[in-house]
Design a protein around this ligand. Structure first.
Ligand code: ARG
Length: 560
């Protein structure tokens, strides 16, 4: 509902069909300032055809239009500016939302095509850090947004469950590990071992060799190495699953790096057969134009991150026949994905065109990157639990009789953490702040959730009954809410095109603000003939706030 077509229909009629409709729709603009109207049509291109000045044409058109949906038209500097008839437009959009509910804004855009989304993908035997939080929440939201746009998302967790870090971990475990301690607190204990390894390796370089040897053993399927690896993997996965459950994030696949162990020989062979690879100082590489060569196999025969990603891309295309394939991974891996895509191009895979790296900035602590090696991590699970506890404290203070308190606290606490991340444009670095994560006012999820709950409570108190009657809203204060509704589909579309959930985060804040202003200035429940119409507006606000939050991966409790 952007009314461009309606505007063009009227212009077309006034022009006696002398111009092409499609072209005219493309030309519609938004006036620079709100007081100048809602839509604008520039008359400059008509000037030649009509042999009149744009100013003249604009004046003629503005004076000669069948307005219907619009309340007035003005000619300004060669533009026809029109103002939407607020009452007509309001009742149209409210009617649409009441009938479509949470499906308002659904799009066919993706035509049911599969979009694989590789996100979260933490590294086993390392803690789930704040850095992985970004990939997790952005990827999850993108899956929901693309689904709303008509794609079929396949959520893939490409677990980092293979690689040289396991050599280090096994070495450390053999030297300093304690089985009981690892069983009690696997992630914490394994992190300790990982950190100790790096501390000790600074003065004892022999450790690195030892680690390489263990990783080699692992790749050669040495039973002891495999046993330890399986154990570490299982324990880590249990902990990760707990976090995903807490945040309400599902995956379709947990096939991590190790899954591709038996699929890499094939890739290496293909590259050799196609004459794309060559030997370089004992290692195998694929030389690339404009990029450093892509390393496929190390000197000692062990395979690499890139080789696994090559195998994974081919496997994913064979398995899912994706039309698009996203990788939600930090900025710092840009080169890796450029190389990956370039190699697949060289191999002649047309479908590579559908692949995209969706990068994001780092979470910094005091302006610096957090490093797992030095143990400088903040554990996501602790942050989430703190936020949930804080939410529960607030509920106990303000609404102690609330049913299902624990569940509401979970929704509010995790919502706060998720939103704090998603409200930032994804490519920017974010400074980590506990305080911000635990803030429930201002630009936060709890503020939006609270606004939604307030709307629901108004509907209950007012005895709102859905009717087919178009609601006539004459309150001026309602207009910002209506324009928000109107823009929602457009915002979703842009969020999808730019892979940018922050647009939706800003949208829900804006809508919540307009709603609260309306609430403060209009006595919604006053018993007069406007009550039902106003409640219809409230109902639509509740629907859109809830749907907007849902697309960010955040739930909206009815009461809090
Ligand atoms: N495990 C990697 C990391 O934490 C991210 C993996 C991203 N996905 C991929 N297919 N490379 O850095």
């Amino acid at each position: 509902m952007n009314f461009k077509n309606d505007f063009v229909d009227i212009l077309f009629e006034a022009l006696n069909g002398q111009f092409e409709k499609n072209k005219m729709v493309q030309m519609i603009e938004k006036p620079k300032y709100e007081h100048m109207g809602d839509l604008a049509f520039p008359c400059y291109d008509l000037a030649k055809t009509l042999r009149k000045s744009p100013q003249h044409i604009a004046r003629e058109l503005a004076g000669n239009m069948n307005l219907s949906l619009f309340e007035k038209a003005e000619a300004v500097n060669g533009y026809v500016n029109v103002f939407l008839n607020k009452q007509v437009v309001s009742s149209l959009v409210l009617k649409k939302i009441v009938s479509e509910k949470n499906h308002y804004g659904d799009m066919e855009h993706g035509n049911g095509g599969v979009m694989t989304i590789d996100f979260s993908s933490p590294n086993i035997a390392k803690p789930f850090s704040m850095g992985h939080l970004r990939s997790t929440v952005i990827g999850h939201s993108l899956a929901l947004i693309t689904e709303k746009c008509g794609y079929l998302p396949v959520r893939i967790n490409h677990l980092g469950d293979w690689g040289t870090q396991f050599g280090k971990l096994i070495t450390a475990y053999k030297m300093w590990g304690d089985e009981l301690k690892v069983k009690e607190q696997p992630i914490k204990e394994l992190l300790k071992l990982y950190v100790t390894f790096h501390e000790e390796a600074e003065t004892n370089p022999e450790l690195e060799n030892e680690a390489r040897a263990w990783f080699k053993k692992l790749e050669d399927a040495d039973p002891e190495a495999i046993l330890l690896w399986e154990w570490f993997r299982e324990e880590s996965l249990k902990e990760f699953s707990g976090i995903y459950e807490l945040m309400g994030i599902p995956f379709d696949s947990f096939q991590g790096e190790a899954f591709y162990n038996d699929k890499m020989d094939n890739v290496v062979q293909m590259l050799a057969d196609m004459n794309l690879s060559e030997e370089s100082e004992g290692a195998m590489v694929v030389p690339l134009e404009d990029l450093p060569p892509c390393l496929i196999k190390k000197k000692d025969g062990t395979t690499l991150y890139a080789t696994r990603d090559l195998a994974a891309a081919i496997y994913r295309h064979e398995t899912y026949h994706f039309v698009k394939s996203l990788y939600v991974v930090g900025n710092e891996q840009s080169l890796h994905f450029k190389q990956l895509f370039a190699v697949l191009q060289k191999m002649g895979f047309q479908w590579q065109q559908g692949m995209e790296h969706v990068p994001f900035g780092m979470i910094l602590k005091d302006g610096k990157k957090m490093s797992t090696r030095k143990g400088k991590v903040i554990l996501l699970e602790e942050v989430l639990n703190d936020a949930i506890k804080l939410a529960l404290d607030q509920i106990n203070k303000k609404n102690p009789d609330l049913a299902d308190k624990e569940e509401v606290a979970r929704q509010v606490g995790t919502g706060a953490v998720i939103f704090q991340d998603l409200k930032h444009y994804r490519r920017n670095d974010i400074e980590f702040s506990f305080e911000d994560m635990l803030k429930f006012e201002g630009e936060t999820a709890p503020y939006v959730q609270y606004t939604h709950a307030r709307a629901i409570s108004l509907l209950k108190k007012g005895g709102f009954a859905e009717t087919d009657n178009a609601a006539i809203i004459s309150d001026l204060e309602a207009w910002p809410i209506i324009t928000s509704f109107l823009s929602f589909p457009e915002v979703i579309k842009r969020a999808m095109e730019e892979y940018d959930p922050s647009l939706l985060a800003k949208f829900v804040i804006e809508l919540a603000r307009s709603f609260n202003k309306y609430y403060a200035s209009v006595r919604i429940l006053d018993d007069n003939e406007l009550k039902q119409a106003r409640l219809t507006l409230v109902c639509c606000a509740a629907v859109i706030l809830k749907e907007g939050l849902r697309l960010l991966g955040i739930q909206a409790p009815e009461e809090m």
